[in-house]
Design a binder for this molecule. Structure first.
Ligand SMILES: [Cu+2]
Length: 541
């Protein structure tokens, strides 16, 4: 196991020369009171400067006692105030709204009693700005991010990415949306303002005192945390009070491990206009759509002909979440409550979060038609031009990089390896400015996808850095039946940063590794799996 890089994780910082920089950048004077992990660059001229503080606070979510959460608070130092939209009465961090091409400097200050770091999920930024766990900051420290928004318009997000603590920290609240606009998207005439609605979907469990409960037993780690309460934008009883006009709904699955199969309860098909990396070439009509952890979907929906008072629900409907003994049972709804055998018993009485199994049927977003309004925002036939990546341009077109997903011996692994900092293997080195073909093999060939008790899990695989394209999906014969319960809801067009890999499946993608050298992670976005080690680094050089 050769160590090819050797970062000094707890480097002592030199403050020489800082007083000169600070004079030119007043916010730095404040930052000097705390410990800076890195310094602002004199040659980076930001259009926007933002301060994000990580705080342990109490917020009123329910009637009764306030809920203790970890929350990101934002404030604008330089630039228009509407860049940061703090969400009151929620654990969610502020929604950040950027324009493509803007240069952004973010002062991240950690006031938590633990180390932490934020990752900008889906953004194409330099390695040191990506929020790798090796850059985690302690209480009282400040990390300065500087990057240009290179991404196209889309719904991105940010969340904690702390070594071994990502699941718990995101669960506690350390996440928020990051929306990018660009000129092309703004010229399309899509619903905007009040009709452009972000919907962050998460599941949580609360105890009798309104406090978040998060067990960390073996079953939960293997399967991933499943809460029994669906939260929208951090609120328990969210209802979208809509007008009789078209809407753009931006969905983010910010759950630790829950996968949603979304459909309107009145059978209306969904018009999908965007995915992880922004708009599709053209809208796609589906009866239902799959939304795995960290994935985003944008929907265009027209409420124009709905009578006042109409109530609509976006539900998650039944599907087979896994194969083999454990997953299969989850899919059949046998692992949850509802009078059937509960996980509580299976998990030795330690599971408190299982009344809503993955793959069961439950309401997610409620919409109520509350007012009459006219809106002219039609659904464009063409949304954007997406240049298809070509297999023949991949430098390894005859030798795909295979990443085997496995859960064995109580651990979750990539190519048999567990996450370790500064542990780059030869097959994890990628030359910069190359296009690579990668395959995620979740037990497509062989039995490595099956862990203890014949457990095969779906894995939402995320790669940091540039967005990729999905080329093909292959499913082995014994997994076809389960796969058929989700297949028609997978949106594989457009730019992606997270792809759901079902049991028995192999997914082939083309991913560009352009512009930036350094460390970029790839990992399962089932956050319990990630913390169990299902994460590795690529070294781009
Ligand atoms: Cu996983």
């Amino acid at each position: 196991m050769k160590k090819l890089i050797n970062y000094q994780r707890r480097r002592l910082l030199k403050f020489a020369g800082l007083s000169i920089t600070a004079a030119a950048h007043p916010p730095l004077l404040q930052a000097m009171n705390s410990r800076l992990k890195n310094t602002a660059s004199a040659d980076f001229h930001p259009d926007l400067e933002i301060e994000l503080k990580l705080e342990a606070v109490r917020v009123p979510i329910f009637k009764g006692p306030d809920t203790r959460v970890w929350k990101v608070y934002g404030n604008v130092i330089k630039g228009p105030k509407q860049v940061v939209d703090n969400i009151n009465g929620s654990y969610l961090g502020p929604t950040l709204r950027f324009q493509k091409g803007q240069k952004v400097r973010i002062y991240l200050k950690n006031n938590l009693p633990a180390e932490s770091i934020l990752h900008w999920h889906g953004l194409h930024v330099p390695s040191k700005m990506d929020g790798n766990p090796m850059y985690a900051i302690n209480h009282g420290e400040t990390y300065i991010y500087e990057f240009e928004i290179l991404n196209r318009a889309g719904t991105y997000w940010y969340h904690a990415h702390t070594h071994g603590l990502t699941a718990r920290q995101v669960y506690s609240g350390l996440a928020g949306l990051l929306i990018v606009h660009d000129k092309e998207e703004q010229a399309l005439g899509l619903p905007k303002g009040q009709q452009d609605v972000p919907l962050v979907i998460q599941d949580r469990s609360f105890d009798g005192q309104n406090q978040l409960s998060y067990a960390n037993n073996m079953m939960q780690r293997m399967q991933g945390f499943l809460g029994d309460q669906i939260m929208i934008n951090g609120q328990p009883d969210f209802v979208l009070q809509a007008a009789t006009r078209p809407y753009r709904l931006r969905l983010l699955n910010g759950s630790n491990s829950r996968i949603y199969k979304l459909a309107w309860d009145d059978g209306t098909p969904l018009n999908v206009i965007g995915v992880d990396g922004g708009l599709l070439e053209k809208p796609e009509k589906r009866e239902f759509v799959m939304l795995a952890p960290a994935e985003r979907l944008e929907l265009w929906v027209d409420f124009s002909d709905k009578p006042l008072g109409t109530e609509l629900t976006l539900r998650s409907i039944e599907f087979t979440a896994g194969s083999g003994m454990m997953g299969g049972m989850g899919g059949m709804g046998m692992m949850g409550g509802r009078g059937r055998m509960g996980m509580g018993r299976m998990g030795g009485g330690m599971m408190s979060h299982s009344s809503l199994p993955n793959g069961s049927d439950f309401p997610v977003v409620k919409v109520r038609i509350a007012r009459k309004e006219r809106g002219e925002e039609g659904l464009p036939e063409k949304l954007t031009k997406i240049t298809a990546l070509r297999m023949k341009d991949a430098v390894n077109r005859n030798n795909p990089k295979t990443i085997r997903l496995s859960m064995q011996h109580m651990s979750a692994l990539l190519n048999g390896r567990s996450y370790k900092m500064n542990d780059i293997h030869a097959d994890e080195i990628i030359p910069v400015n190359t296009l690579q073909v990668l395959e995620f093999d979740n037990g497509f060939q062989g039995m490595h996808g099956m862990g203890m008790m014949g457990m095969a899990m779906p894995h939402p695989m995320h790669l940091h850095g540039e967005q990729f394209q999905i080329i093909k999906r292959e499913v082995n014969s014994r997994s076809k039946k389960a796969f058929s319960t989700v297949a028609a809801g997978l949106i594989d067009n457009g730019w992606k940063d997270t792809v759901l890999v079902m049991p028995g499946e192999k997914v082939t993608i083309l991913k560009p590794f352009n512009d930036f050298k350094g460390i970029f992670m790839y990992h399962c976005h089932n956050l319990e799996h990630e913390d169990m080690g299902m994460m590795r680094d690529f070294l781009i050089r």
